[in-house]
Design a protein around this ligand. Sequence first.
Ligand code: GDG
Length: 477
Amino acid sequence: DLSGISTFGPSTMIVVSNRLPVDATENEDGSISWGLAPGGLVTALEPFMRENASTWVGWAGISDLVLAPFERDGVKLVSVTLSENDVELFYEGFSNDTLWPLYHDVIEAPSYHRAWWEVYRSVNQKFADVVAAEAAEGATVWVHDYQLQLVPQMLRELRPDLTIGFFLHIPFPAYGLFSQLPWRRQIIEGLLGADLVGFQRAQDVDNFLRIVRRIMAYKVIGGHVTVPSRGEENRYVVARNFPISISYPDIQKLIKDPAVIARSREIRESIGNPKIMILGADRLDYTKGFLHRLKAYDELLSDGDLDPTEVVMVMVASPSRERVDSYIKLRDDVELAVGRINGQYGELGHYPVVYLHHNYPREEMMALFLAADVMLVTPLRDGMNLVAKEFVAARSDGDGVLVLSEFAGAFDELKAAVAVNPHDIDDLKKQILRAKDMAPAERRQRMLSMRRRVREHDVEKWSRDFLKALAHTNRVS
Ligand code: GDG
C-alpha cells in the first residue's frame, strides 16, 4: 500500500531506529498492508512528528524486503532493506550478542567477531545514507539505540548541516568493561558525531564521559565534550541523562475500561483466588533476573516462609530473540526451574508458579498489574525498565507493592519502591517477604509518591526535554 507518498517532500524532523514502528498484516489477495504499531516511542513522538512533516527511518522487520516509502497517520515511513546476512551478523550478532551483553555488565559473555563488526558498520552506513537522502536542509535527526551508534558520525560526514541527537535506551557500561571492545574507539567516535548524546541514568553519562576522556583524550567540562576538528572550529557535544517514561494518560484510559477491571478479577479467580499474587512481566532476557527470582521463591517455599497453598507467582515471559543461543538456553533453564518448583510444591489444580511464555495485548498486561499484590521487577541490569513505571501508573487504587532492583534505571526515580539487590538471593527473599507483609497505610503512602513522580515525568515530557535540549545545543555551538 503506497498511498500518500507523493504528498511528502524532504523532512525537517527524522527519527531513526533499528525497527520501524510498523506491523505487517496480510490481505486476502496475499498483499501486505502496514499499520503503525503502538508502542512507547510512537506514542511519545507521534504528536510532535505529525506537526513537523516528519519521517521515520528503520527496518520493517522482514529480511530482503524492498518497500517503497509510505505514509501512516501523518508520518512518512522509510524502510531500510536488510539482507538475511545483515540480520544475522548486524542484528542477532553484533547488536544482540556483542553490544547487549557488554552493555549489561557482561551478565553473559559477549562474543567479539570481526565479521560481525564489518556488517555492523555497513548496516549503519546504509541507515546513514537513507537518512541523508531524506533530510531537508538543516533538519533535526534523532537516532535511537545501540544498534545505530555509528550513524551520528556517518551522517555528520554526509550532511554537516543537520542537527543530530542520539539516545541510548540501554545502560552505558563502565570503562573497565567497555574497554574490552576491540572497536571501542570507533563506537565513541560514532556517538560523538551527534550534537547531543542522551542516556537513561546519570551514571551512564558519567561512564560515557570518563571513557571519552580516557580513550579519546578530549577535554570534558561538565557535560560538554570538546571535539577538535582539523582546520575547522572545534565542535561541542553535550552528554546528559533523560530518563524515559510511559504515557500516563494512555494507561489511565486503559485501567478505566470496565473490561480490563473485570478481567483483573477474573485473573485472580482463574489462579484460585490466592491470598497473595506475585507478578513478574518481562521479555525473556537474561538481564531481567528470572533465575535469581525463581531461586529466591523456591527457597522461600522450602524454608516454609511462603505457604504454597496461599501464594501464586505469575511469571509472564514474553518471547524474545529466539534465534540467539543464550536466549534458547535461558528459556530451557527457566522452564526447568519452573517445572521443579511446581513439581515439588504444586497440587492438582494449584501450582505456585504460573509461567506464561506469551505476548499479551496491553489490556491484559494492565489487568495483570491490577490483579497483583506484589510486583517483582528485579533485573540484574536494565537501562530504565518501563514495566516498573507502568505498574505504578496502573495502580490508581493506591495499592500494590513494587519490589525494584537497584540495577534498573527506574530506581533513581522510584525511591519509594522496596529496593532490592537481585544478585543477593537472601536480600531478594527478605524483600519479597517485606512486600508481602507491608501494612496497607505504608503501601498506600509509597504508591502515591511513586505515582506522582511518574505522572509528572511521563514520556511526553521525556521527548520534549530531549528535543528542547537538542535545539539548544545547536544554537550554543
Ligand atoms: C529497553 C531497555 C528501557 C512486555 N511483555 C509484554 C509487553 N511488554 C512491554 C512492557 C514494556 C515493554 O514491553 C518492555 O520495556 P522495558 O523497559 O521493561 O524493557 P526492554 O524491552 O528491555 O526495553 C529498557 C526501554 O528499552 C525503553 O527505553 O526501559 O531498560 O532494556 O512496555 O509492558 N507488552 C505487551 N505484551 C507483553 O507480553 N503488550
